[in-house]
Ligand binder design. Structure first.
Ligand code: DGY
Length: 313
């Protein structure tokens, strides 16, 4: 069995992969499309990450590969239908990054409501004139209404934090109703949710099915005091419409960890004081990245041993 790992992962995961006989692209730079497509011809199992695009055309011919083990829960960079049609199983790493990503969504919400990014920039620029009673007044967090778009694992983890920790009311938009152990009201449209929530947090998977799910109409429906948080995938939100709403003051602020054309972040967005911008840090803790790597390798190990893989998508 030939196994290939496309990117540098935490040391302990690299060591385990090496022990399994895998070949390692021990680099932070992604392989180009041609080299990545060649992996499907030459290897039985490929461990890949966010940013490693596997599009339908790459599965043409008769690839040797039978497993793509994605290091990450989101797999919108892989055409999973085309992979399946080519006889390739795709696996992901659900669960292990839920709390870390929900924590970061909370951090973005707190920063956006309390203008913490703006304040931090002011201090760093040595531009703080000193405390005044009316300086940089943000919005109180406790008791506000949080609208979750996509009530999966991470959406629920954020809602629990917001409800139990900050006394927030929870609304949600999700294809199906969820049996939740905290009070939450399901709404039928994202526009209704946008109109009623003080903070909207996006937790949808990204890809063709959810592209611009939170589009111009939903952004226009938000309150002028509304805040949009996105830690899932950039393409779920219409980024152009969001920038216009932030520029015009039609909404209050945004807290973003993901962007439509990552790692490119539009200059207009970077110029905005009411946008808190992070570089896709949702799952970025050592423990979580080790857990993600080990989960990806557990799938490879099961595949090599001829067992059912634990995390097929
Ligand atoms: C995921 O797992 O989908 C994250 O976005 C990458 O860490």
């Amino acid at each position: 069995m030939k196994i290939f790992v496309t990117r540098r992962l935490p040391d302990s995961v690299m060591a385990r992969a090496r022990g399994m006989g895998a070949e390692l692209h021990d680099s932070d730079t992604a392989l180009n499309d041609t080299d990545r497509a060649a992996l499907l011809r030459d290897y039985d199992a490929v461990v890949c990450t966010l940013g490693d695009r596997f599009s339908a055309d790459m599965f043409a011919g008769d690839p040797r590969c039978r497993l793509i083990a994605n290091f990450g829960v989101g797999y919108n960079h892989i055409d999973a239908d085309a992979a399946q049609a080519a006889g390739i199983t795709v696996t992901n790493t659900p669960g292990v990054l839920t709390d870390a990503t929900a924590d970061l969504a909370m951090a973005l919400m707190l920063m956006a409501l309390r203008r913490a990014g703006e304040g931090e920039r002011m201090v760093r620029a040595d531009a703080w004139p000193g405390w005044t009673p009316t300086q940089m007044l943000g919005q109180t967090v406790t008791g506000r209404t949080l609208g979750i778009v996509g009530m999966g694992r991470i959406g629920q983890a954020m809602a629990r934090r917001a409800h139990h920790g900050f006394g927030m009311q929870i609304l949600y938009y999700n294809r199906s109703a969820k049996d939740l152990n905290f009070p939450a009201q399901r709404l039928d449209t994202v526009e209704d949710l946008a109109a009623q929530a003080d903070v909207v947090a996006i937790h949808a998977p990204g890809g063709a099915d959810t592209r611009h799910l939170f589009g111009a109409a939903a952004i226009a429906a938000m309150k002028p005091t509304g805040v949009l948080i996105n830690t899932s995938r950039g393409d779920v939100v219409d980024e152009g419409a969001l920038i216009e709403a932030l520029e015009s003051g039609a909404i209050y602020a945004a807290g973003l960890d993901v962007y439509e054309a990552e790692p490119a972040v539009p200059a207009r967005l970077r110029a905005l004081d009411n946008a808190v911008l992070l570089p896709h840090l949702g799952s970025a803790t050592l423990e979580v990245r080790e857990a993600m790597g080990n989960m990806a390798l557990d799938n490879v190990e099961a595949f090599v041993a001829g067992r059912q893989v634990p995390n097929p998508v």
